[in-house]
Design a protein around this ligand. Structure first.
Ligand SMILES: *Cc1c(COP(=O)(O)O)cnc(C)c1O
Length: 386
């Protein structure tokens, strides 16, 4: 079976992990801050806070921006459920902005309309979580302008876009957002097995997230609100969690960072080869990548024109039967039973649903061969035309 994605682990990565296992620190040692500063440097941002997943990074990001009961958080329906769940953890309500069909990203025109309506009805969001679908940045400049106009904060869910660029600058530099989130799950661009990072240029937000990922506890004397009892003293100042990344995971992530540029370059080469192999088809259309973006290509997604749910399912089933593990990204989040229990109904975001019933994710990982790509495309086109 050709998987839709898979990690790429070198001997150097293995050695880095083994070194930690032989060291004094399995967790809360030097590898976490090392990984954090390397990611911050890569993104040209000031601070990076490592966590045990992107989901926990999204959660502490929402908490640091004071998301709580009574707040409204908007995100994209075309994402993994974690992009919405993080706001629910904080007791906020979640709403969804429809996507554009050519990129799968949040549609800025739909966002504008929804904001204008929400302003009239006095139910504006306090936080917006745009998702850089498949590795391509959203139109962050336009989103940042709206954030200023309507006074909301922005968390980029860049789980797919580690190593990508927007206007020639690295995704994660937070020029147009308050916080940016990376995922290091094995299906993503680089991996720490499980792991995430919350990146920001704001010192206070970084300090708050750092405290929240470790029980809301600080051992920094300058931050104590009570007199220290002695050298063992620490203070819990908020209700935090154990969301820490271990040194074992950080060492793997740090080592993988060496390959990030090359991984993304290879993904772009493979994506362009797919584009070319598909260029003659009038029915199978690759996602569009805008000139302002260098996609990290977490996913290679095609849309099948004039599709319907039955045909869509058949094509994916038949590809899998042929040993090609095609996937579908994403089931619109609000169609999940949990979100339907919150009152969302089918039809809420028509583009996200139309897109869902036509999108197929083809295998993409650095080791994918030219022959495999040709085989995948031949089979796909044969199935679409039948
Ligand atoms: C993978 C993913 C997440 C969650 O990442 P974890 O590290 O597995 O918690 C969140 N958002 C998006 C868009 C993702 O693809």
């Amino acid at each position: 079976m050709i998987p839709y994605g898979k990690q790429n682990i070198s001997q150097q990565d293995i050695d880095a992990v083994v070194d930690v296992l032989k060291s004094d620190w399995l967790t809360q040692g030097p590898k976490v801050p090392l990984f954090e500063s390397a990611v911050a440097q890569y993104c040209k941002s000031n601070y990076a806070v490592a966590t045990n997943s992107a989901t926990s990074a999204l959660h502490v990001a929402c908490m640091a921006l004071n998301v709580s009961e009574g707040d409204i958080v908007w995100t994209s329906p075309n994402s993994f459920v974690a992009s919405a769940n993080c706001a629910k953890y904080c007791g906020a309500s979640v709403d969804f902005v429809d996507i554009e069909l050519d990129t799968g990203n949040m549609c800025v025109a739909a966002l504008k309309r929804k904001l204008a309506e929400a302003a009239q009805q006095q139910c504006l969001p306090s936080v917006l979580i745009p998702v850089h679908f498949a590795g391509q940045s959203c139109d962050m400049k336009a989103i940042a302008q709206l954030a200023k106009q309507y006074n909301f904060k922005v968390i980029e869910d860049a789980s797919h876009a580690v190593g990508g660029k927007y206007n020639d600058k690295p995704v994660g530099n937070c020029e147009y957002s308050d916080i940016c989130i990376f995922s290091f799950h094995p299906v993503k661009i680089i991996t720490s097995a499980e792991g995430g990072m919350a990146i920001t240029n704001d010192e206070k937000l970084a300090a708050t997230m750092r405290q929240l990922r470790s029980h809301g506890v600080t051992s920094d004397e300058s931050l104590f609100t009570q007199t220290s009892h002695g050298p063992w003293y620490y203070e819990q100042q908020a209700l935090g969690y154990n969301y820490r990344m271990t040194d074992i995971h950080a060492a793997l992530g740090y080592s993988q960072l060496n390959s990030l540029g090359e991984f993304v370059r290879q993904r772009n080469v493979l994506a362009q080869r797919y584009d070319k192999l598909l260029s003659a088809s009038k029915k199978v259309i690759p996602l569009e990548v805008h000139n302002s973006c260098y996609s990290a290509y977490h996913l290679y997604v095609v849309k099948v024109l004039d599709c319907n749910p039955t045909k869509h399912r058949n094509v994916v089933n038949k590809l899998r039967a042929l040993g090609i593990y095609a996937h579908v990204h994403y089931i619109p989040i609000y169609l999940q039973p949990y979100y339907q229990q919150q009152g969302f109904k089918p039809g809420y975001c028509p583009n996200a649903e139309q897109y869902y019933h036509s999108a197929i994710t083809l295998p993409l990982f650095p080791e994918l061969s030219e022959e495999q790509q040709q085989d995948i495309v031949d089979n796909l086109l044969a199935l679409i035309n039948d």
